[in-house]
Design a protein around this ligand. Structure first.
Ligand SMILES: Nc1ncnc2c1ncn2[C@@H]1O[C@H](COP(=O)(O)OP(=O)(O)OP(=O)(O)O)[C@@H](O)[C@H]1O
Ligand code: SF4
Ligand SMILES: [Mg+2]
Length: 338
């Protein structure tokens, strides 16, 4: 693993059993994450995007070991510089490492316990890790609240006193309490009003610069990740369709699914809006995926080979990889000279 890499995920798999009947016999499996690999260097933001059910949350929950992966490696560089495979460690071995990787959740309404004060919520990672005395924790919570743009006095209040945007700031303060290196944020702005989304994203970007944080960012919204990511991973039915820097992906997508996601984004120009719902068709069922390329039933470019053979993820340029048999031959967007 390269020295500046904080997280390297290799061939991650998470299959959930499908059970049926009174005896709960296993009758199949949901391949929620099926052979996903990526790396994030210190200070970078890597985003996972794709339609609902493509495995973004499952990937991020495996990374923080909220769930046990079925296979693959989750190589994580600890603060001390040691590389460990989180996929193989026991819960006891993971506990002392946990302060290094923290999660920001999607819903700031359900993720903050309504019966706990803001002090109790934000200081939780410190308490769990036995960091500091009560007085030191109060100082730290006041400092953290200030860092996320809230007043220190708020620590005596309860979550109901705050708006969605403020609650998400509190969730971010909690994630930062134990000075983590890696933040996994699962749709951190999706539940917020559009007007507040940009403020919270800007806060996250400022904190990244200030604290040197590394982000794994999950979003179904390509326009959000475009603004904040160093690299975007487009997922389809548990697999990686395409990886690349957002500018390159937007200008010249190489996977038909990426192109379809971009085309379906609302256009800023109201007179030039596409009213086509793209990508057309249903997302494939990860418990019963189609043969060959999982995208073939929806792909306008599918050929016989696509129905028979699963495309491998191949590097087509430095930093860009695509899993499509026709990636080198298709020109999906018109290229403007200069
Ligand atoms: N605990 C579970 N048991 C069985 N299947 C599950 C479980 N968790 C997730 N799945 C299935 O795994 C697949 C991926 O789900 P996941 O929540 O990771 O998708 P997602 O990309 O985060 O979607 P969304 O955009 O809706 O949040 C889905 O088909 C989902 O139904
Ligand atoms: S492999 Fe075939 S079906 Fe799959 S995205 Fe490429 S062209 Fe479409
Ligand atoms: Mg999700």
């Amino acid at each position: 693993m390269q020295e500046n890499v904080v997280l390297q995920v290799n061939n991650l798999k998470k299959y959930f059993p499908v059970e049926s009947g009174f005896l709960k016999r296993q009758v199949g499996e949901v391949r929620a994450v099926d052979d996903v690999s990526f790396a994030i260097a210190q200070g970078e933001t890597v985003s996972l995007v794709g339609e609902s059910g493509c495995g973004k949350t499952t990937t991020s929950r495996c990374v923080i070991r909220a769930i046990q992966p079925t296979g693959g490696e989750i190589l994580y560089r600890t603060e001390a510089g040691k590389v460990v495979d989180l996929a193989k460690l026991s819960m006891n071995e993971i506990r002392p490492l946990r302060r290094g990787f923290q999660m920001v959740f999607q819903d700031p309404f359900s993720s903050l316990n309504p019966r706990m004060t803001i002090f109790d919520i934000v200081s939780e990672p410190l308490r769990v890790n036995n960091i500091g005395s009560r007085a030191e924790r109060e100082d730290r919570v006041a400092e953290l609240l200030k860092l996320v743009g809230l007043r220190g006095e708020y620590m005596q209040r309860f979550p109901h006193a705050f708006s969605g945007g403020q609650r998400q700031r509190i969730g971010i303060a909690r994630a930062l309490a134990a000075s983590p290196r890696l933040i996994v944020a699962d749709e951190p702005v999706s539940a917020l009003d559009v007007s507040v989304q940009a403020q919270v994203l800007n806060l996250m970007m400022d904190l990244q610069d200030e604290l040197g944080l590394t982000y794994l960012f999950v979003s179904h919204d390509l326009s959000v990740v475009n603004q904040i990511s160093n690299r975007v991973i487009v997922m389809y039915v548990g697999r990686v369709a395409e990886i690349g820097p957002p500018q390159a992906l937007f200008k010249d997508p190489k996977h038909p699914y990426t192109a379809a996601l971009i085309t379906s984004l609302p256009k800023p120009d109201p007179f030039n809006r596409s009213d086509r719902q793209i990508p057309e068709g249903e997302v494939a069922n990860p418990a019963n995926p189609p043969s060959g390329c999982y995208f073939h039933p929806r792909c306008p470019f599918a050929i016989d080979r696509c129905r028979q053979e699963t495309p491998a993820l191949e590097e087509i340029a430095p930093g860009r990889a695509v899993s499509c048999h026709r990636a080198r031959e298709l020109q999906l967007f018109e290229q403007v000279e200069g």
